[in-house]
Design a protein around this ligand. Structure first.
Ligand code: MLT
Ligand code: ZN
Length: 503
């Protein structure tokens, strides 16, 4: 039987009910005043997504302090068929943690579950609860002479549960992979209310289907991640951070492969920004300044690291960049002379998303294609989009070494951005995604599907993939109470209760 040809699964966003007064009272009793509120002001910041473009409503905001409390919530919700929307730092780029507009769902914040339960330098493992902020985990790992090697611009806001549920990427994927490769074990509350205790951090475990991997990247649609065992790596002894100006993404990729050939695994970040992205940051983010004299069509931020006791990578990277300049591969480069210069370079990269938010609306995309295809894609897709959508401007930046670029399209200069987006957004999304699909790429490299990519995912996905996705959802969440309207496209006969789906 083919899943996609079989009768449609029952999953639909219309299956859930509004919580009645009895359930709300039971939740309030169980969670107490710190864990339960219906106060509009307290709830407001969590009902809108990070980009401020998607607004939802919720029947109550629940903030459990323990796994048992999460279980109690899920049991009550399952009995009454009430939807639950789990939320961590609310920094989703695709409105994955914003509740639907109907106001029937319970918003479940994991922020109070923020303990680091254990840190083991012997096992190289940290056990962190879902509400731990990423930068707090970084600090805790450094405290025992280790490192948690996933980082991104939102590190001061994003929380472990959300990073797991979106299979976050960020700026160190080149060397350490996405969250999926860093999670050794998971504790979660399943849609039945049962606790799945998979925290044991085994390096090898072949007991069939891997529930841990199913929960990673599931965006809370298969259960609520409450804690995880996370892989730590040796602390960084020294790092070299460089800013390079060059002509084309093709030259950039040639440079990356050259550096890798000479330094092995030392290169862990290779982030690309066109001149327009750097200018946007300099315009919108205070206390930033251009690292090089002159304008360069493309800018690359490179980080190389060395473990404690190994030679400082600064000298080696400086010499390699000198050779590249001598060969005409790069136009200019600077290597940070100290930590504060290194941080200043990173700030230019990590605040692009914030600078874009200040700049105004744009049609956003988070795409991946095979790494070797990305330079051509950047040139061809930019040309095609700007030809198709008069005076639009492509601003594409990101993780070139991973084949993942945030291919954003800005409205014409002087246009009303909101109106342009409302008029052209859906067509721009479809146009860009078709170019990506034609190159066997993905329309969600690291941000997930959430609400904002749902329609495009449904439009472009192979029916076999969608059928399998729906079958898994149906098997683990037969009542459809877990984060409905996200990730899993509902069957065609049910409308999606989402807001703006163009960005
Ligand atoms: C980044 O790489 O800066 C983030 O993924 C945010 C974004 O896409 O804007
Ligand atoms: Zn990114």
């Amino acid at each position: 039987m083919n899943w996609h040809r079989a009768k449609p699964s029952r999953y639909s966003t219309r299956m859930t009910c509004a919580p009645d007064a009895t359930i709300l009272a039971a939740l309030e009793r169980r969670l107490g005043p710190k864990g339960f509120t219906r106060d509009a002001q307290e709830m407001a910041p969590w009902l809108t997504d990070w980009r401020g473009s998607v607004h939802g409503q919720a029947a109550a905001l629940l903030s459990p302090a323990s796994v048992e409390e999460v279980q109690a919530i899920v049991c009550l919700a399952a009995d009454a068929r009430v939807a639950i929307v789990p939320q961590g730092g609310n920094s989703s780029m695709v409105a994955g943690a914003t509740p639907p507009v109907d106001g029937r769902a319970l918003l479940l914040s994991l922020r109070r579950m923020n303990a680091i339960r254990s840190l083991s330098p012997e096992d190289n493992v940290a056990v962190a609860e879902a509400g731990v902020i990423l930068s707090d985990l970084h600090d805790a790992a450094v405290g025992i002479g280790r490192r948690f090697p996933l980082s991104l611009g939102a590190k001061g806001t994003a929380r472990i549960g959300g990073l797991i549920s979106t299979n976050a990427g960020g700026t160190q994927v080149l060397r350490f992979g996405t969250m999926r490769s860093l999670v050794l074990g998971i504790e979660a509350v399943l849609p039945s209310g049962e606790r799945f205790d998979g925290l044991s951090a085994l390096r090898k475990d072949n007991r069939g289907y891997d529930l841990r991997q199913l929960l990673i990247g599931a965006e809370g649609t298969l259960g609520i991640v409450t804690a995880a065992s996370l892989r730590l790596v040796p602390a960084v002894g020294a790092r070299a951070v460089a800013w390079v100006g060059l002509r084309t993404p093709h030259d950039a990729l040639t440079l990356l492969r050259r550096l890798e050939a000479s330094t092995g695994e030392a290169i862990e970040s290779f982030e690309a920004m066109p001149a327009e992205a750097l200018e946007m940051v300099l315009r919108n983010i205070p206390a930033t300044r251009a690292p090089l004299t002159g304008r360069h069509d493309w800018n690359i931020l490179i980080e190389a690291t060395a473990p404690v006791g190994a030679p400082d990578p600064v000298e080696r990277l400086t010499a390699l960049l000198g050779d590249a300049a001598g060969d005409g591969l790069i136009e200019d480069a600077t290597v940070a002379a100290n930590e504060s210069q290194a941080e200043a370079l990173w700030k230019l990269r990590e605040t692009i998303a914030e600078a874009e938010r200040v700049d105004g609306p744009a049609a956003k995309h988070d795409v991946s294609v095979p790494v070797s295809v990305m330079p051509d894609f950047l040139v061809e897709a930019s040309r095609a989009v700007e030809r198709q959508f008069a005076q639009s401007r492509v601003l594409a930046f990101g993780h070139l070494g991973d084949g993942n670029i945030h291919f954003n399209v800005q409205p014409p200069v002087g246009a009303d951005g909101k109106a342009w987006l409302a008029r052209e957004g859906a067509a721009v999304n479809a146009f860009v995604h078709d170019l990506v699909v034609a190159r066997a790429g993905s329309l969600s490299a690291e941000h997930g599907i959430g609400q904002l990519r749902l329609a495009e995912f449904a439009r472009t996905a192979d029916p076999v993939r969608l059928g399998a996705l729906r079958a898994i959802k149906q098997a683990l969440d037969p009542l459809g109470i877990m984060n409905p309207g996200k990730l899993v496209p509902a069957n065609v006969d049910s409308s999606l209760e989402t807001a703006d789906v163009t960005r």
